[in-house]
Design a protein around this ligand. Structure first.
Ligand SMILES: *[C@@H]1O[C@H](CO)[C@@H](O)[C@H](O)[C@H]1NC(C)=O
Ligand SMILES: *[C@@H]1O[C@H](CO)[C@@H](O)[C@H](O)[C@H]1NC(C)=O
Ligand SMILES: *[C@@H]1O[C@H](CO)[C@@H](O)[C@H](O)[C@H]1NC(C)=O
Ligand SMILES: *[C@@H]1O[C@H](CO)[C@@H](O)[C@H](O)[C@H]1NC(C)=O
Length: 498
């Protein structure tokens, strides 16, 4: 019911704005050097969404029962030969989408990316030519509607869950959230009671290898989550109890005792930052080396030579025992749930990539850290309503963090080891290619929204005024307003779900 206010906000695009859609499209697409791969990925995204649209289980956030609408939307999108032909068929479906998006916000995200992927593919087929004014206005109008749905969904969910894939900008992201007055657990917003801490190192193996030293992050062997973290409802209730509207999860997505039940939490606003997998891996390896060196040298009995012999000699089996997940497709593992995360080295295969991709496709926003600071900041500012540049928060630039630990990559370059590992990260690379494509699609709709002058803060305030409870002038967190009761329409504040 709350969706009515999305419809109430009148929409108009003046003639002076003609050209916006094309300009944004051209600017974003030209950053993708490999056009063939982009086309391949856009088609893959469409295929995957097709399948998600067809799914009859609860796999996709309870889509059951709405399959018909989704089919209609999809067919409308596919039937059109040119971008402008999409429009007459989109409009009637859009109204239906708006009424459903409230109970199934993921529908809006899926439809938005499907629609944009088709538009881009057709625009490419037509030689990336400028669009005439009529199309421009219609396309911009639809992008703008999708933007309003996005704001609506963020305000309504009122709680952001960030999937922190280690060494992918997570510390900066959480610092940006904190600066934007998101309410979170101390540090970087991780809650140990929810089981969201990273599982890097097998402590037993570390002790064996080093002759008896223990180390931080040795949670590897802890496979599941404590009870509070086991269902989305419990997680949300636990966070609410502390008044948090931001949480950072550095383990893996939820569930996953079998692949089928791994899921994102539909009542959270889900965001992930991705990074080129090999840079991520190299950065992670050196970060661990710096920590391990400090730890070992701080202990009696191990000198620098010993550290060097064990950890800098490029012995891949040491790392396979010590940090099996970190060095073997850690991105894919971060999506596929608790069982999949712990699969043995070398066992991440095609099916796991597909599972990971399906889950990634359900995120509200996907950021590509290697996509350039402008694009990242566009998502931060327009997609989250945080008025800042994420790169101001690059507080733990890896080199300064390493030198603080008196470690330099040159001390322990491990070139050959890294080369060996590089050849094994194909699943991660495939997933990242899809991730970049999703980041492009998100950048386009947000770029158009910005160019049209749609202001996240103002729109969010209107949502609030139109019926979604936001008490007083409490400091917000951009679009993630405090105390938005997801499961209740009462306006009674902090303890609604407590
Ligand atoms: C965060 O809250 C503080 C204290 O209430 C306020 O001064 C500051 O302007 C807020 N910052 C943002 C970005 O809202
Ligand atoms: C951790 O390492 C120990 C010792 O090498 C090994 O026995 C154990 O199976 C490993 N744990 C897991 C969960 O792989
Ligand atoms: C964003 O921040 C800048 C200064 O950092 C300020 O001038 C501007 O008014 C802010 N915009 C909004 C919408 O708060
Ligand atoms: C840093 O490391 C160098 C050589 O690796 C060593 O000589 C120096 O004492 C260390 N400094 C500190 C403060 O630990």
């Amino acid at each position: 019911m709350l969706v009515r206010n999305v419809l109430i906000v009148a929409l108009f695009v003046t003639a002076s704005e003609a050209g916006i859609f094309h300009d944004v499209l051209a600017e974003k697409v030209q950053r993708h050097k490999d056009i063939k791969e982009l086309q391949r990925q856009l088609n893959l995204v469409l295929e995957e969404y097709d399948e998600l649209f067809d799914v009859r289980t609860t796999e996709v956030q309870g889509l059951t029962g709405n399959v018909n609408l989704l089919r209609q939307l999809r067919n409308a999108v596919h039937a059109a030969a040119r971008p402008d032909e999409l429009l007459p068929s989109m409009s009637p479906n859009f109204a239906k989408l708006e009424t459903l998006a409230d109970s199934h916000p993921v529908l809006a995200t899926l439809s938005r990316r499907t629609y944009l992927a088709v538009v881009i593919l057709k625009w490419m087929l037509l030689g990336q030519k400028s669009l005439d004014d009529g199309w421009e206005q219609e396309l911009a109008a639809i992008a703008s509607k999708f933007y309003r749905l996005h704001v609506h969904s963020a305000v309504r969910k009122g709680m952001l869950e960030y999937l922190h894939i280690s060494k992918s900008g997570g510390t900066s992201f959480s610092a940006a959230a904190k600066h934007s007055n998101c309410s979170m657990a101390p540090g970087i917003g991780q809650v140990e009671e929810l089981g969201d801490f990273p599982r890097w190192i097998n402590g037993t193996a570390f002790e064996e290898i080093t002759g008896g030293t223990d180390v931080m992050w040795s949670y590897y062997s802890t496979k599941g989550r404590p009870i509070e973290g086991q269902t989305c409802t419990r997680r949300r209730a636990y966070l609410k109890k502390f008044g948090f509207n931001y949480v950072s999860n550095e383990f893996t997505l939820h569930g996953g005792s079998s692949v089928r039940n791994t899921h994102v939490c539909p009542q959270m606003f889900n965001v992930v930052t991705l990074r080129e997998p090999f840079s991520r891996l190299a950065s992670h390896l050196h970060y661990m080396l710096a920590r391990v060196k400090k730890r070992l040298l701080g202990k009696k009995g191990l000198d620098e030579g010993k550290f060097f012999d064990i950890f800098c000699a490029g012995d891949v089996t040491v790392w396979e025992r010590l940090a099996p997940t970190v060095i073997d497709n850690y991105n894919v593992r971060s999506f596929i749930g608790e069982r999949g995360f712990h699969l043995p080295v070398g066992d991440i295969g095609r099916e796991d990539v597909e599972t990971a991709r399906r889950l990634l496709l359900q995120f509200d926003l996907v950021l590509d850290l290697d996509g350039g600071s402008e694009t990242v900041d566009l998502v931060i500012q327009q997609g989250l309503g945080w008025n800042l540049s994420m790169f101001e928060f690059h507080i733990r630039s890896s080199d300064s963090a390493l030198s603080k630990l008196n470690y330099s990559k040159e001390d322990c370059p491990n070139h050959e080891l890294l080369q060996t590992l590089r050849t094994r990260q194909n699943p991660d690379r495939v997933l990242y290619s899809t991730g970049r494509t999703l980041a492009l699609l998100d950048g386009i709709f947000l770029g158009v929204a910005r160019a049209l002058g749609l202001r996240p803060g103002e729109l969010a305030a209107k949502e609030a005024a139109a019926g979604i409870s936001v008490p007083g002038d409490e400091p917000g967190c951009g679009l993630i307003r405090p105390d938005t009761p997801y499961t209740s329409s009462s306006s009674s504040g902090r303890s609604t779900l407590g």
